[in-house]
Every structure is written in C-alpha cells, then in structure tokens.
Design a protein around this ligand. Sequence first.
Ligand code: FAD
Ligand code: FES
Length: 259
Amino acid sequence: MTVSELNKEYRAVLVEKKQLNEDTFYLSFRCPDIAQKAIPGQFVNISCSNFLKRPFGVASTDVANGLFYVGVKTIGKGTNSIASLNEGDMVDVLGPLGNGFNFEGFDSFILVAGGTGVFPINFASEYLQAKNVKHTVVQGFRCKSQIVMNRPEYVLSTDNGDVGIHGNCCDCLDTLDLSLYKNCAVCCVGPLPMMKAVGAWATKNNLKCFVSMEQRMACGIGICLVCVCKLNAEAEGQEFKHVRCCKEGPVFPYEEVIF
Ligand SMILES: Cc1cc2nc3c(=O)[nH]c(=O)nc-3n(C[C@H](O)[C@H](O)[C@H](O)COP(=O)(O)OP(=O)(O)OC[C@H]3O[C@@H](n4cnc5c(N)ncnc54)[C@H](O)[C@@H]3O)c2cc1C
Ligand code: FES
C-alpha cells in the first residue's frame, strides 16, 4: 500500500442497520474523514469475514455526525457477513476510493440507476439537490419487491410492469422531455448491459454519458489489476488501453469504454 492509501484506512463503528427488503440492507458507519471527503461515485472497501475487503459505492453522508452510508445486497459470503454485523460492531474501511462523477461543465443531469446502482445514484442526487442543480433520477428494477431508495418524484420502471413504466430504464428515458434539460449529462450506475443501453440512448440524443464500472475488485487500491477494463485509446495511437476501475475509475465517459 502506498502512503496515500494507508492514510485512507480507518476503524469505523456500525451505527445503524436497516433492512430495506429481503436481501438488502442500509448501513451507516461513523468515520468523519470519509463522511467529509467522499464525493458521489466514489466507493469504500469494507472488511468482512473473508480476507479481502468488499467494495460499496457511498450512498450518502452526514458530515455533521461524521457518518457515511452504504447499501448492501447480500449475494455471497462477504456481503452476508457485512449485513449480519450488529450495531456497535467495528470494521476496517478504506476510503473514499476511486474517482467519482465530475459534475463540472454541465447545468443539468439525468441520473440513471439499476440494481445496487441506486445507492451511489442516491448520493449523486443528494449532492446535486444541495447545490440546487436540476436533475432527474430514473430507476429500473426487476419487480416491486426489489424497489429500494425510491422517492415519489423519481421516474421508475419495472421489468414486469408491477409499478411505474413497464419496461427498463431506456423506456423511462424515452418519456423525458429533453428540451427541459439544458447542457445536460447522463450519469449511470448499474449492470453492464443496462449501462451500455443507457450510453447508446445518450449518444443517440447527443448527451454526454458517464458510467460507473463496478468490476469485480480485490485490493481496491490499484495494486492487483483484478479490476481492469478496456478503454478506447485511438487518440493515443493505440486501439485500446487497460485501466484499473478502482484507481482510474470507477467512473468513465461512456464513449471511451469498450464493453
Ligand atoms: C465500485 C463498486 C461499487 C459497488 N457498490 C455496491 C453497493 O453499493 N452495494 C452492493 O450491494 N454491492 C456493491 N458492489 C458489489 C459488491 O462489492 C459485491 O456484491 C461484493 O463484493 C460481493 O462479495 P461477496 O463476498 O458477498 O460475494 P462473492 O462470493 O465474492 O461473489 C458472489 C457472486 O457475485 C459475483 N460478483 C462479485 N463482485 C461482483 C461485482 N462487482 N460485479 C458483478 N458480480 C460480482 C461473483 O462473481 C460471484 O458470482 C460494488 C462493487 C464495486 C466494484
Ligand atoms: S482491485 Fe486491485 S487494482 Fe483494482
């Protein structure tokens, strides 16, 4: 670990745990430095029962109380062990890690979330709300029971039409009146096929799009190369280049990513 990464390792106490649905939990940890420094799109690496920490997008912060929030969907040993922590338990946490969304240069945003992407997109929405920047949140879920982190003003779709628009995020995007969004960018976090489709939709509508590449990770700090993805590098005279999602990402411009 480099000195700068060592400076990002903390002990944090689990302050509160809420169950959002059958397999998803919302956890707040006390760590004033992470609460203060994190920006939307960045992530934290949290210790668990396994050797390697697990990455989670920062879902919110409460700077006054020194808290940061993450949402955890249980899929394997690591996420289950984190979700079964009790309030008062301690974890080791590295963060904030990676490069978040760069909102500079745009006047409005369409934020698109699928799966656990709803958590980092929640933080992006809170951040823009606090700065009074026009934005709309679009969420896509499989069905009603999967809906978390929703607010009445969001544009919502479900694959089976349980609630909201029957279809996916792109069906929601098609309902937006784009003339209301001046100098707009799209920010998207979700499964790869969804980000690919949303990026194509944005390109078709002449909008810049940023995607967060939540590749499987190990170290989370640029050492192991587990998380590499390919970016177009024609401007640098090569067909493509490899980048580390944990270090150079996880947020990249859609048009640079080779899916
Ligand atoms: C930058 C980043 C941000 C993330 N943010 C969140 C978040 O906010 N909330 C959340 O619940 N999860 C998030 N994840 C995913 C989370 O880190 C994984 O679900 C977790 O590491 C799995 O650990 P596990 O030990 O429970 O499962 P494992 O036993 O390690 O894996 C179980 C299964 O999930 C697959 N898997 C593991 N990691 C990923 C991944 N990144 N993408 C796709 N498949 C994977 C494995 O291949 C395996 O099939 C994020 C991942 C990244 C890289
Ligand atoms: S996870 Fe190790 S280099 Fe990215």
